[in-house]
Design a protein around this ligand. Structure first.
Ligand code: NCD
Length: 529
């Protein structure tokens, strides 16, 4: 029997499914839709989970119509046990943690949870907790968690239906896409999911249209560029549409200004900001032929960014986009239940292995002894940390030296710190830490040191000789270290939520550390609380 790669899978961020997996799900969605519209009952029946012991739980802790109702209708299509969580009268109001609350429900024969919350990364956390809970309690199935929108982080199932609709409108081709994303790109999670999601197309051009206050956060622009998208930025529709027609995207994805997430300062200026991202009648003639408009919806009833006079025009693809939401969610639930997926043969996502490549011996030949010469008194025994924050300003180096001494608890040792100029490069500064009492640092200390002082070298000195010289770079994964924490207050792992989520950071190619829950990027200096 082939293993069904979709069974019991959680879907927390767009990148949780590989391109092959998504293409497979889209193919199934296409087949389902065809059967639906041709009323082919026999084929439809083959898609149904049809098991009243399979539990689907909707937990919406933020408002929703489309996502909640399309999932509810999808669950009803499947003939499963559907529960809707009542958040107003739940024990979350009695200070129960998310972990405890959800595991209680998982214990009552519920298998997939559809979760919307303002806490970012909540599904990733529940996935981890759920795995252990299922093991401890020998549950028949590991609970799966579907992110139905977490704060301003991601909305991966919306991304699935958006991609499906774009591909459907592209004659089922995934060769290339040129799309303009318009509106509140700062708070809109549906557009954030596009930074990874649109990789389903081979060539991608993205034009971002938003005033600076609502601009796409840098982390997602960086991600788009890493994913080799061509990205351009514009501050208003007016500016964008002043270009020659050939440069204008034939696909526009509008979003709503998310007033509920804005601070007072921006709210005061909402009219002026909305003006820059609202489509006007006079713009129609500037659009290239066969332009289609999309919107995750809802539209604001008074101030829609796609005004209602456009509804009857062929530009309107947002209605079918919304209808597709139910079909894609039927397929997703079917796949997670293991009903669909046995015939999948493509590539799945590779689970990352984290190697210890961040501690490197840099002096291959220790037979030629070298004394450590820097400092007032050359050190005869202990540890010298060199190249600390090399290249930064003396002021920044001093600041971070004090911080690092505290984080590493080096203050308990005798020693000295200093800032010096590099011998080889004038004007390049670096910090130095001398610790004569610190002997033979343990591997765990080195791991922590690497996380604190990435890029430095550690010289272990014995009887006036450097017996080991190590170069430390940022570890590929930083976790299980006292004192680290995500800076995003909306993150499930942020200490203020008391969910006891152990913070974790993943090193990206650029050296940036991404929170494993909410994806917020950090410099290595910023992960210390
Ligand atoms: C979006 C959401 O909730 O992120 N809507 C949706 O799921 N269809 C966009 C929005 O609320 O503006």
């Amino acid at each position: 029997m082939p293993v069904n790669v979709f069974k019991e899978r959680s879907f927390c961020v767009s990148a949780d499914f590989s391109i092959d997996e998504k293409k497979y799900l889209f193919q199934k969605t296409k087949e389902l839709k065809e059967a639906w519209y041709s009323d082919d009952r026999e084929t439809l029946q083959r898609f149904r989970i049809d098991d009243m012991d399979y539990g689907v739980y909707e937990v919406f802790l933020e408002d929703s119509t489309r996502t909640r109702e399309s999932f509810r209708n999808a669950a009803e299509f499947h003939g499963v046990k559907l529960s809707i969580f009542n958040s107003d009268s739940s024990s979350f109001n009695k200070q129960e943690s998310y972990g405890d609350g959800f595991m209680t429900l998982a214990g009552y024969n519920n298998h997939v949870f559809i979760v919307r919350s303002k806490l970012e990364g909540v599904c990733r956390w529940l996935q981890i907790v759920g795995e252990k809970f299922a093991e401890r309690n020998r549950l028949k199935r590991k609970p799966a968690f579907i992110n139905a929108g977490d704060g301003k982080h991601e909305h991966p199932t919306q991304e699935l239906l958006d991609e499906f609709t774009l591909i459907e409108d592209n004659n089922w081709s995934t060769d290339s896409l040129h799309i303009a994303l318009v509106g509140d790109l700062f708070h809109g999670r549906t557009v954030h999911s596009k930074a990874d999601g649109l990789q389903i197309f081979d060539k991608v051009k993205v034009d971002l249209i938003a005033p600076p206050e609502l601009a796409m956060p840098k982390q997602y622009i960086d991600k788009m560029k890493e994913n080799r998208f061509k990205v351009r930025e514009f501050q208003s529709l007016e500016e964008y549409l002043a270009q020659p027609k050939a440069d204008i995207a034939p696909r526009f994805y509008f979003t709503r200004p998310q007033l509920e997430r804005m601070g007072d300062q921006i709210l005061k200026r909402q009219d002026e900001l909305r003006e820059k991202i609202t489509f006007k009648e006079k713009f129609i003639e500037k659009l290239p032929p066969n332009t289609f408009f999309y919107h995750p919806l809802p539209r604001h009833k008074e101030h829609p960014t796609i005004p209602t006079f456009l509804d009857p025009l062929p530009l309107n693809h947002w209605e079918r986009q919304s209808i597709n939401g139910m079909f894609i969610r039927i397929i997703l639930l079917g796949a997670i239940a293991g009903k669909i997926g046995d015939d999948f043969t493509g590539k799945t996502v590779v689970k990352k292995e984290y190697t210890d490549d961040f501690i490197k011996d840099v002096r291959p030949d220790y037979s030629k002894p070298k004394a450590y010469k820097e400092g007032i008194n050359p050190l005869s025994n202990g540890v010298v940390i060199d190249r600390f924050c090399r290249g930064e300003s003396p002021e920044d180096i001093w600041d971070y030296l004090y911080k690092a001494m505290k984080i590493m608890s080096f203050k308990k040792f005798k020693g000295s710190i200093g800032v010096g100029e590099s011998k080889n490069e004038q004007g390049v500064y670096k910090g130095l830490i001398f610790l004569p009492e610190y002997r033979d640092p343990a591997e765990s200390d080195l791991k922590k040191l690497a996380a604190v002082t990435a890029g430095c070298t550690v010289n272990i000195v014995k009887e006036n000789k450097v017996v080991r010289k190590l170069r430390l770079t940022v570890p590929p994964r930083i976790y299980k270290i006292e004192g680290i924490g995500c800076t995003n207050e909306a993150c499930i792992s942020h200490h203020s939520h008391s969910e006891h989520v152990p913070p974790e950071f993943i090193r990206k190619e650029s050296g940036i550390l991404e929170c494993a829950f909410c994806s917020t990027p950090h410099r290595f200096k910023d992960i210390w609380r």
